[in-house]
Write a protein that binds this ligand. Sequence first.
Ligand code: COI
Length: 374
Amino acid sequence: MPLLDSLLEPVSAPDFPFTPVETSRLGQVDFDALGFGRVFADHMFSMDYRDGDWRDARIHPYGPLDLEPGTVTLHYGQTVFDGFKAFQGEDGQVRVFRPDRNAQRLHDSCRRLCIPIMPLEQMREILFAATRALIRVDRDWIPRAPGQSLYVRPLVIATENTLEVRAADAYRFMIMTAPVGGYFGDLQDGVSLRVEERYTRAASIGGLGAAKTAANYAASLLPGAESRARGFEQVLWLDGNEHRYVEEVGAMNIFFRIDGRVVTPPLGGSILPGVVRDSVLTLLREWGVPVEERRLEISEVIDALRAGDLEEVFGAGTAAVICPVARIGYLDATHSIAPPVPGELTRRLYDELTGIQCGRIEDRHGWNLVVPLD
Ligand code: COI
């Protein structure tokens, strides 16, 4: 069966051994105050790697893990994750946005973290089948309000109990889902970024930057806290060699509209290959907006700002969707992006993308996978 079709197949009680919750927690959830990733749906998927094989795929109640204190992932960070979203459309259909891209990235992240990879096709099939099954068993957890979705978080951790520094011989692949609102709240507000001059998110060459792995996020915590203490919400990372070229924002890729052209850093192994980044580039090119994927010095951004040529700045990510940037802090100065924030293109991209995801706008690219519920 073609892989994408496999998501369309109806699932009779999940394709996997299924242990249902005794009592659902759904009634305790305030869907008006979801935040991002604070509550998790009733069920999750797990699968284990041992004796050289991935096995025991199952769906069971979401709950704590039983891990030894010596577990490899806790000490040496051998862990990868990913994230994509399912949307409840006004037409009642549930659509999952571009999970094939996430399967590919999860596969690539596993390879970089020396986690035994299953063939890409098998990874896709399992990810799709498990997502479809979770959506079906927890369909009532998919929020319906605009801006809300069911976030799907695959996670792979090394579970061997040893302090030896080497790739583990046992792993668990899990998928949990969480009803979420916007990561940065209201689109109107715009986020503030502080350009990080001291710390580095990822090495420029040969590092972990393109993998979705815990270390990249751990590296961001101290600079993130320092940024917040100085009144900025997020860090704008520069390259690890010279701290000269713009990289990304950690929770999203970054775009600058300068004098009518949209510029974004290229994928060179140090930034995350974002699925929404790719979707934005596709849409902009279709709309005839000049797009440049190229190295961009932070001084070019500040010069454009001072010259009045920096028309819009926005981030793009699964959690962040399309997120306008309102202020950039660099050295000791804070620069405001010229109003309106969000700018015209930022808003158009947000409307187009969320319209496609919810089924309001025709999905010309075949990005959505519809999950039949019955
Ligand atoms: C995502 O956009 O899916 C992310 O993983 C970003 C983040 C919340 C860590």
